[in-house]
Write a protein that binds this ligand. Structure first.
Ligand SMILES: *Cc1c(COP(=O)(O)O)cnc(C)c1O
Length: 460
């Protein structure tokens, strides 16, 4: 055996149950795609082989989480599982007060209504669809203050989720700090390709916002993945555990919205967590209107139990290394095939640059939407558009034209194997080979809100 043979890592779990998949033919996929209006959101999951539409609610729960489901205390009020969850949120994240919600956007609705007044400005490190929409519905206006590097898919800067403090300072000078109730900070920025923010940047932001009396609300949906990148890349953090880093991140913010369907390894769930008693009071009142009583927030007791256990598993170093490691494996394979992807590779998925992949298709003909459709056609792999369709329209009806036009290959946690990753990369490479023959799409149905979910297209 050669001396310096590579030492591979492997998953820190084994399988106890499997879900059988339907294999489809090209003709079946062609028909299914047409019926879905070339929108991968409208495909039936039964017609999908490998589902990379999202990492949201698609993770495999552990045997412990399933056991927790059996321990559900389905009392209307004061369920034991709520108190367990509250305890875990305090211990793992450090936030003082918890309001469970049915998922992330439930928390976004509540915090936006409480903190935003009409005409307010909400700066953030790149928008997220539901987050921005709730900010707008509450009367606010989102302003992007992420560093310029985040908009360049080739830039190798290790913390492309960072905030540009000069951009924030300009907003403060222009509108006044009173018009800015909080800065909306995502960890592992989804729309930038799963790019992390550094502790150093967060510390600088904390110092600046403190001076101006501005809060930081943390979209902590992928905080553990962000913490892993800090451990890997930031000076002074190599010897800290992901758990310690997660707590340090949260301590630099005033409150958080969480979609537990991502990092926290559950199929449904979320919460709002804050440190300010007054905000908590109001949130606890409001949750009754939109979600349910403050000790269940739209969830069953068993859901809260699975979430409490999932949160604990999500900050385990071995878990997060394998989770991000699988994503890196897929990304490196794509790079070997010359496929243009966002670099550095992010934490939860691979983002293929559709502008570079299909340079002959103008943005108005939806290159990323087109590419997602073509990949499904080739292999039954389902991905998602993150470009002009997702960006939607401004209040004045004009389209947003995002700089990045991406197809997102989101990897569910603990679900697929390395062989699945090979199939995905090879299929994308096949489509890349015949890219010159691919034509764009035309939108034939456009919903009013979050159009990417239900829009329909035909081949142009
Ligand atoms: C998924 C997600 C949300 C919204 O959460 P839901 O649980 O889907 O309502 C908010 N922010 C980010 C970054 C997300 O990825």
């Amino acid at each position: 055996m050669p001396k310096n043979i590579k030492r591979s890592w492997a998953e820190p779990y084994k399988m106890k149950m499997v879900e059988l998949l339907k294999m489809t033919t090209p003709a079946q996929r062609k028909k299914a795609l047409k019926e879905a209006g070339y929108n991968t959101f409208l495909l039936r999951s039964e017609d999908v082989y490998i589902d990379l539409l999202t990492d949201s609610g698609t993770s495999a729960m552990s045997d412990r989480q399933w056991a927790g489901m059996m321990m559900g205390d389905e009392a209307y009020a004061g369920s034991r599982n709520y108190y367990h969850l509250e305890d875990v949120v305090k211990k793992v994240y450090g936030y003082k007060y918890l309001v469970p919600t049915h998922q992330g956007r439930g928390a976004e609705n509540i915090i936006s209504r409480i903190l935003i007044k009409k005409g307010d400005i909400i700066p953030g490190n790149m928008y997220f669809t539901t987050t921005r929409l709730h900010q707008e519905l509450a009367g606010g206006k989102f302003e992007d203050i992420i560093i310029d590097e985040a908009h360049d898919s080739e830039n190798l800067f290790p913390f492309k989720g960072n905030v540009d403090l000069n951009k924030l300072d300009k907003l403060v000078k222009k509108y006044g700090a009173k018009k800015i109730p909080y800065v909306s900070i995502a960890t592992s920025v989804n729309m930038a390709g799963g790019q992390p923010i550094s502790i150093q940047n967060l510390k600088e932001l904390r110092a600046y916002t403190k001076k101006h009396g501005i809060k930081i609300i943390h979209d902590m949906t992928r905080v553990a993945e962000n913490a892993y990148f800090i451990q890997e890349r930031e000076k002074g953090y190599a010897n800290k555990s992901v758990k310690e880093i997660v707590k340090e991140i949260c301590a630099l913010t005033d409150g958080a919205t969480m979609s537990a369907k991502k990092d926290a390894l559950v199929n449904i769930g979320g919460f709002l967590a804050v440190n300010d008693w007054d905000v908590f009071e109001e949130a606890r009142n409001m949750v009754v209107v939109y979600e349910g009583l403050h000790t269940y927030g739209g969830l069953a007791g068993r859901d809260m139990e699975a979430m409490a256990i999932g949160i604990t598993e999500s900050v385990d170093d071995d878990h997060i290394r394998a989770r991000v490691g699988q994503v890196l494996y897929l990304g490196e394979k794509m790079m070997e095939y010359g496929i243009p992807i966002v670099k550095p590779i992010g934490g939860h998925g691979i983002f293929v640059d559709a502008k570079k992949f299909l340079p002959h298709i103008p943005q108005d003909d939806f290159p990323a939407q087109t590419l997602a459709a073509e990949i499904y056609l080739d292999s039954g792999v389902r991905t998602m558009e993150r470009g002009i369709v997702s960006a939607g329209r401004k209040a004045n009806g004009e389209n947003y034209y995002p700089k990045l036009e991406l197809v997102r290959f989101t990897v569910p946690r603990r679900v697929y194997t390395q062989a699945h990753m090979d199939v995905i990369a090879e299929s994308t490479a096949r489509v890349y080979d015949r890219r010159n023959k691919i034509r764009g799409l035309k939108m034939i149905y456009e919903p009013k809100y979050l159009r990417f979910f239900q829009a329909k297209f035909e081949i142009k």
